[in-house]
Design a protein. Sequence first.
Length: 508
Amino acid sequence: MINFLNILLIILFINNVLLAQKDYEKWLTKDRTQFEKYMEEQDKKFIEFLNKEWKPFLLNDGNVLDEKPKIKAPPIKKKQQLQKSKKTIKLENINKDSDEKDNPNDLLSIPVKVNLPKNSIEEASDLPRIKPAQTTLITREFNYLSELIRIKENNDLWPEIKHPIDKQVIAEFWQSISSKDYKTVLDLLNAEKVQKHLNDWGYIQLLRELAKTVYPTSPDKQYLAIWFLTVKSGYKTQIGFKGDNLRLFLVSDKDLYGISYIRTTSSNEKKYIINFDDLYKHEAGGISTYSDEYPEKLHSVDLRITVEPKLTENRVTQNLIFNYEGKTYTFSPKINKNVVEYYKTYPHTNYDVYFNAKVDIDLRETLLKPFSEIIKGKSEHEAVNMMLRFVQTAFPYKLDKDNFGREKVLFPEETINYRYSDCEDRSILFAYMVSNLTELDIVGVDYPGHVCTAIAFSNELDGKFIKHNGMKYYICDPTYINANIGESMPEFVEAPIENVIVIRGGIR
């Protein structure tokens, strides 16, 4: 009797589970159908809007981060007695997992929900379709930073685009592709974004490489493809005409220096022209574009580097040498050349992006670890002075315009990679070392024509300092050769400070 009751209970339980599953599937189907209907309505409104009158907007010249020229060559400080401290430096644990101190919600800005395939991106046919149709799946291949990417898509996804391109052709393009299963492609692209730890700019570059294979002979058509994919990924991007050619715009949460922009009547936001082949090309005159936004809520492009990119490995070793108090030290840091390539096209933006960027793990292993050994047991002051001397003397100085032909702020991996650097590049690398090797609080100091750093020590010192949040931060200048803590270049002793750059502490 007991066995019969147990069996009956099990049967009833299974039956309830199956009923619940059916109810859930019905709800899911209904919910998906409602969402798809909602998106169809948004696309219909947008297509109607695209067919309406486009308006002219005046192009503004790109802003300049610093009007004052930088120093042409770093001065050399005459040697003098070092300030002493009895407090031994407390080293950060550089063996920690690099993501340990991060808020997991802050790691990646993922624009659309990712439905990862069960085994690999080759299983794209298993993903839900927006509108099932009798189509053929094809594999599209393209290269992204030395890696071959393969994704599955329907063979009729990308429409033929008429020439010449006008607003009606653009509306027809949107209508065609929005009625197809573009969501599968977005899911797969976002899977790549997550796996490679790409930020928003890296993701847009990924979309560009895809677009180049879709429309290989037409940059204008490529811009249309990127525009559609970025909007559907949730980004504030826009398309417009400059004469007979298309231009792509984006809204960033940071300033983009040296890049032309417009402001439309519907928003006071700066919309920057993105010319992938020549990002800093001077654009003047007018642009014709639609003045409203896509009905669905969109967000700005986030330029922060909150996790280090995980790209195909192409490691190279650099040999660096410096001298401190009569002793010579050598280091052989390793960097991933694909990370350097990733940053090559990075737009010139606010300093805090560079000062707070997560850095490739190899640099931590091959630079920070060896350096931690030579400062172990040293006082705070001596440890910082040794790091200063390393950054001051291990890299020859050269202005960006002579090195790259334009202003370019370097991430730490780039400073190690390139032979030359200037003041902000050295300050960013020095801040990376200090914030990872010590528990000292460090900030960036932005003068007109110069960038250095300042550190809050555990005791008061002689020398130049700034006040920030009620604390004394002593100037540490990685460009002033042989200068120690509290020693400022003479021309900046009384110079006004334009900005204090807050730097996130801990493992970066």
